[in-house]
Design a protein around this ligand. Structure first.
Ligand code: BEZ
Length: 211
């Protein structure tokens, strides 16, 4: 199965999790979601990653995002490991972890890559919007822990540009100026956004209107 691509509907599934049986689309409702895989429980990098996601709980909530972790380890392993994660991170794991022993979810989302040496998942991330559409994907190797601050930043950018017509520049952070879409003339941009800085005819910065 190839991984769901940007713009496609995130495939639905039912899975056993640390919070009980979960039907993905029903559980997600009209929230955003971050579905992310990790290679294995009781491993160092994964422990820091799931801990980081736990400490960011209020940041996910602020953006209307539900998070859902997945690995091929069994439920008992996830339950036991959660204690270590909480100890290391200083935050309880308040989100579900899928026990994907059948690999149904991992295969549906192409989270197990040939050549990785075993049957564990890579570090995949799917950011899914309110209408279940895949909006961003990331795949990291086992040796490199993900930057969840960057995932939050990208969600801020997605949620901001959805109010467009505009996009966000490199390294943009919430509250900074946006880039006016090329489809808007500078005259119209000034009417809509007020002050517009034109660096080139195609690169024009403006402040997003409030509210
Ligand atoms: C880790 O998270 O550190 C890890 C995961 C899988 C294999 C080895 C290490």
């Amino acid at each position: 199965m190839s991984a769901p691509r940007l713009g496609e509907i995130a495939p639905d599934f039912t899975a056993e999790t640390t919070e009980g049986t979960l039907a993905f689309h029903d559980w997600k409702g009209d929230s955003w979601a971050v579905l992310f895989s990790h290679p294995a429980d009781f491993t160092p990098v994964c422990t820091t990653e799931l801990g980081r996601v736990a400490t960011l709980e209020t940041e996910w909530e602020r953006r209307g995002v539900k998070v859902l972790a997945v690995s091929v380890d069994p439920l008992e392993s996830h339950e036991a490991w959660k204690g270590d994660i909480a100890e290391v991170a200083g935050s309880e794991v308040g989100y579900p972890i899928i026990a994907d022993q059948s690999r149904a979810v991992s295969e549906l989302y192409d989270m197990i890559h040939p050549g990785e040496g075993d049957t564990s998942g890579v570090r995949s991330v799917f950011v899914i919007d309110r209408s279940h559409t895949v909006r961003l994907t990331l795949t990291y190797p086992k040796s490199v822990g993900r930057n969840f601050g960057e995932i939050l930043r990208a969600i801020d950018a997605l949620q901001t540009t959805d109010r467009g017509p505009y996009s966000t520049p490199a390294d943009w952070r919430k509250g900074e100026r946006i880039i006016v879409a090329p489809t808007i003339s500078t005259v119209e941009a000034k009417e809509r956004f007020g002050d517009v800085e034109e660096l080139t005819p195609y690169l024009r910065y403006a402040t997003e209107p409030a509210g």
